[in-house]
Design a binder for this molecule. Structure first.
Ligand code: NDP
Ligand code: MG
Length: 394
């Protein structure tokens, strides 16, 4: 039986790993929509290879380029944000939400309305609008499966278990590019240095977010939202080998760990085949050759972003949207060399203090509009702070 699928963010790191799995067993899938952004060549190639119904770029000014690349192929072409939402309205059995950032929220929400399965790599959806996303899934009878490796690991450790018996959830972090750097050097780190990950081969932005631990801060919030546990039950451990992805601690003292190679095709493949397990083209671990697994507590001074996650969870509501948007703004500014590496945390903290601390935005109920408004206000205020020259540059 063939399954119909759509991939949002098909040209990115997660999208390409998903396509790798699909291409290995193409006859089992009917590809409806593939969406991308600026990488028209890749989008067109995959749309042809997978015989997709429609290929969509988020960039309206690239419509002509996509039309030219797909001329005569029979693949429908469209462009712009609304075109992505319309693609999400096409019914499918399974969709992958792998657009980067807050832009991934609405396509994911729309895809949920088919009442089928949404594989969720876009952690920002849960961080910015967890209540909306989970509420919509419940209303429409859809299933959300986590694709983030830690959350897939937790999900797998919980199969057959009662969440009420969970005492704690531990997610691991590689520690990123600077885990062994002397603290005084980190302030001078460049985007190129931050974009080198010791273990995982990922997109540039998430790799920099790993070095700053903003990625882990988002994942802590994602854990709270997805599994409904109290923030005090979530711990982060630095684990340089990135082989244990998460551990779930139960009330009898047992810890169930998920161990596997650092290859996103495991978590993607698990979500693709769930509730079955199927053979996946990932390395099998030789633990005797690996010999040793190390763990240590994250140092606050090295990873200040982690404590911001606690603040965001305490506040709840729209704090997640402000946090994520300020983080995206800070990341852009760092990549453009307008602010330094550690300034990213200062900027996000300043934006949170201004917009969330005094209740401010947080008294608004959560809707798509209030989430988007919080996002815009955070970016605008972040931009003002950067323009004031409050932070250094490198
Ligand atoms: P990439 O940056 O590699 O890819 C992002 C994708 O989204 C690309 O297809 C890109 O198009 C597209 N895109 C970018 N901006 C927009 C926009 N405004 N509207 C529509 N599409 C857009 O990201 P990753 O694959 O690394 O990450 C995707 C998501 O998965 C993120 O939420 C990330 O946190 C999460 N994730 C990623 C992991 C990884 O290993 N990479 C691990 C766990 C979670 P184009 O490239 O053509 O411009
Ligand atoms: Mg992760």
């Amino acid at each position: 039986m063939t399954r119909s699928i759509s991939i949002f963010g098909a040209t990115g790191s997660i999208g390409q790993s998903t396509i790798d799995l699909i291409k290995r067993d193409q006859k089992s899938y009917n590809v409806v929509a593939l969406t991308g952004g600026r990488n028209i060549e890749q989008l067109a190639k995959d749309a042809i290879d997978l015989n997709a119904d429609v290929a969509v770029t988020s960039e309206e000014n690239l419509l002509g380029a996509l039309l030219a690349a797909l001329a005569g192929s029979g693949v429908e072409v469209s462009a712009g944000r609304n075109a992505i939402l319309e693609a999400a309205d096409r019914p499918v059995d399974w969709s992958m939400s792998a657009i980067f950032g807050a832009a991934g929220l609405e396509p994911g929400l729309r895809a949920l309305r088919h009442g089928t399965t949404l594989a969720l790599a876009n952690k920002e959806s849960l961080v910015t609008a967890g209540d909306l996303l989970l509420g919509e899934a419940k209303k429409c009878g859809a299933k959300i499966l986590p694709v983030d490796s830690e959350h897939s690991a937790i999900f797998q450790a919980l199969i057959g278990e009662d969440i009420a018996t969970v005492e704690r959830i531990i997610i691991t972090a590689s520690g990123g590019a600077f885990r062994d750097w002397p603290l005084h050097r980190i302030a001078t780190a460049t985007p190129e240095q931050a974009a080198t990950h010791p273990n995982w081969d990922m997109g540039q932005r998430i790799t920099i977010d790993s070095a700053s631990m903003f990625n882990k801060a988002l994942e802590v919030i994602e854990t709270k939202e997805f599994f409904g546990v109290h923030p005090s039950q979530i711990e982060v451990l630095v684990h340089p080998q990135s082989l244990v992805h998460a551990l779930v601690g139960f009330n009898d003292g047992a810890l169930m760990a998920h161990v596997g190679p650092p290859d996103m095709r495991h978590a993607i493949g698990f979500a693709l085949h769930w509730p079955d397990r199927r053979k996946l083209p990932v390395d099998r671990l030789d633990l005797a050759a690996i010999g040793q697994l190390d763990f240590k507590a994250p140092e606050d001074s090295r990873y200040p972003a982690l404590k911001l996650a606690q603040f965001v969870m305490e506040r709840g509501g729209l704090a997640g949207s402000v946090f994520n948007a300020a983080k995206e703004k800070a990341l852009d500014a760092f990549i453009e060399r307008k602010i330094g590496f550690l300034d990213m945390t200062s900027l996000v903290e300043d934006v949170l203090n201004q917009l969330v601390s005094k209740d401010g935005l947080n008294k608004d109920a959560m809707t798509l509009d209030t989430v988007a408004n919080a996002d815009q206000m955070a970016r605008k205020y972040g931009q003002e702070l950067i323009a004031q020259g409050r932070y250094g540059s490198n």
